[in-house]
Design a protein. Structure first.
Length: 138
């Protein structure tokens, strides 16, 4: 069995942002030479997410609006977590969108369904954060 472990680093311009990272993950898969196996993509920060969905701008805007309704940033005083930081909402948004994805590798390619792409979701950005990519297989 072979494996590869790499990190992708992000420093977003906005507090909340969705970034398509499918190309970077596919490049790491090609580098690994693995033909059959599994690919784990994991947000390494508790205010960021990795998820799979469609790469459609309207959908991403809908996610942003929906998440803000579910876990609004303001009023920050309504959260007990905000004792030094004001990012309690980012923790909740991450919980909703998820920590990681696992994608099957078949024939040296990520085995997606129609329209599926991998995204990094940032909910407390404008600082350096990372995503772990671990691919294992033959």
């Amino acid at each position: 069995m072979k494996s590869i472990t790499k990190e992708l680093w992000f420093n977003t311009k906005k507090s909340r942002e969705f970034i398509n990272i499918t190309g970077e993950v596919e490049a790491l898969l090609a580098e690994s030479g693995i033909q059959e196996g599994l690919c784990l993509v994991n947000a390494m920060h508790i205010t960021a997410s990795v998820f799979i969905n469609d790469d459609e701008r309207g959908l991403h805007q809908d996610f942003d609006v929906w998440l803000e309704k579910l876990a609004p940033h303001e009023p920050v005083a309504s959260y007990r977590h905000n004792t030094g930081e004001v990012n309690a909402d980012a923790h909740m948004k991450r919980q909703i969108m998820g920590r990681e994805v696992v994608v099957a590798v078949t024939g040296g390619r990520l085995h997606f369904g129609p329209w599926e792409q991998i995204f990094y979701g940032e909910f407390d950005g404008q600082r350096r954060k990372r995503v772990l990519v671990k691919i294992i297989g033959e």
